[in-house]
Design a protein around this ligand. Structure first.
Ligand code: NAD
Ligand code: GLY
Length: 364
């Protein structure tokens, strides 16, 4: 079993292996988790994994309750927040009790938020069941719900006490959802470089792969390092948003018909091309990054016009006055945050998109 220790407001372990959910009760005891446990999960995940987790916790002597939400982003809202808080109050959970987030990023984000505000803060354990949640959202303590006005607008930094990642959970993931996680893996590989990048280049990264534990652990290790040096995203943590600025525009302009992962992958192509046309990245290195994205068969058509990206930059959270922060790969394992005037964005994106188009034509 791989173990990554994360130093946070309090230190916590991320455990990664196949078959861990069935052992979670024993692990809770080893980690000195006491009190009662309430599992927050959702209707797609519950039939696969709730019973296993419940059984293991009960066998280890815990009193266990559970609440099952509707699946998907529609549960990351004020209504579900109220529903969970009321449930906890009726169940009489107190400050020494623990919540479990059993699900993908949606369940992780809302459960973390509830844990942060119920009785002014109680412990919670992340049990990510999607690849995205395993490599990204379960680590780092960002919690949130969406408001009618926008995504992730209410939340707090509240770190879990433990993360239990059972790689077997990915066996039941629809391929499309698994790919969303792969986009975040590739993002992390570009940021971290080194062995993770080489591993992703060489390995088949499907959910049966022997390399999965190494790959997920390497992603978590990288994220842990970044988060430890910048808990609240004042600086270096912003790098984790590589590819996400154009991705948010692509998702929005497609009316959310393009998934987050496929939008992030397009954003990775675009930012790599931008760095190349700005002469900040060699063609050889750009090709290694494109090669990894190509290998995963991600799309590289931007769907939006350069003009539309520039228009949307006006509304971006990362806009500072007349400029916007772009995260650009200047090498593999060497991404930087660059302030770019919004007036230059259209020309820059246009050049990058032309380059991608020509590259595509050449390879046909
Ligand atoms: P999700 O939780 O909605 O899961 C995606 C889909 O997979 C859902 O339909 C779900 O029911 C299903 N599912 C989950 N586990 C399954 C399993 N093992 N088998 C079969 N089906 C399963 O979405 P996600 O992609 O995991 O996470 C996206 C969310 O994470 C977004 O709300 C995003 O804002 C958030 N996020 C948070 C952070 C952070 O740092 N907190 C980082 C990235 C993303
Ligand atoms: N998902 C980006 C972060 O945790 O900062």
């Amino acid at each position: 079993m791989a173990k990554v220790s994360v130093k946070g407001t309090h230190p916590y372990d991320v455990l990664v292996r196949r078959g861990l959910l069935g052992e979670c009760g024993k692990i809770f005891r080893q980690q000195d988790i006491c009190g009662n446990v309430c599992i927050v999960t959702e209707e797609t995940v519950a039939p696969f994994y709730l019973q296993t987790v419940q059984k293991s916790l009960v066998e280890a002597g815990y009193n266990v309750s559970s609440i099952v939400l509707k699946p998907g982003e529609c549960s990351k809202n004020l209504m579900s927040l109220q529903q969970i808080l009321s449930f906890l109050a009726k169940e009489g959970l107190d400050r020494k009790d623990t919540l479990v987030a059993l699900g993908g990023g949606v369940i992780g984000d809302i459960t973390g938020f509830v844990a942060g505000i119920y009785l002014r803060g109680i412990a919670y354990v992340q049990m990510p069941t999607t690849l995205l949640a395993a490599v990204d959202s379960s680590v780092g303590g960002k919690t949130a719900i969406d408001l009618p006005e926008g995504k992730n607008l209410a939340g707090l930094f509240w770190h879990p006490d433990l993360v239990i990642t059972d790689l077997d959970c990915f066996q039941t993931l629809p391929f499309k959802v698994y790919r969303q996680g792969m986009a975040e893996v590739v993002k992390t590989a570009i940021l971290a470089g080194g062995e993770l990048f080489s591993l992703c280049e060489k390995a088949t990264c499907d959910c049966d792969s022997d390399m999965l534990e190494t790959m997920v652990t390497a992603c978590v290790t990288y994220k842990a390092q970044v988060v430890e040096s910048d808990f609240t995203e004042q600086g270096v943590r912003k790098l984790l948003n590589l590819g996400h600025t154009p991705a948010h525009v692509i998702e929005k302009r497609s009316g959310y018909t393009i998934s987050h992962g496929e939008a992030v992958a397009r954003g990775l192509y675009l930012m790599t091309a931008v760095a190349y046309v700005r002469n900040e990245l060699s063609e050889e290195t750009a090709e290694r990054i494109f090669g990894l994205l190509d290998k995963e068969k991600f799309p590289d058509d931007m769907v939006c016009l350069a003009k539309e990206f520039a228009e949307e930059a006006q509304y971006d959270k990362k806009r500072k006055g007349d400029s916007i922060s772009l995260i650009l790969p200047e090498g593999i394992g060497n991404c930087v945050i660059k302030e770019v005037p919004i007036t230059e964005l259209e020309k820059l994106y246009d050049g990058a998109m032309r380059y991608l188009y020509e590259r595509n034509n050449k390879s046909r």
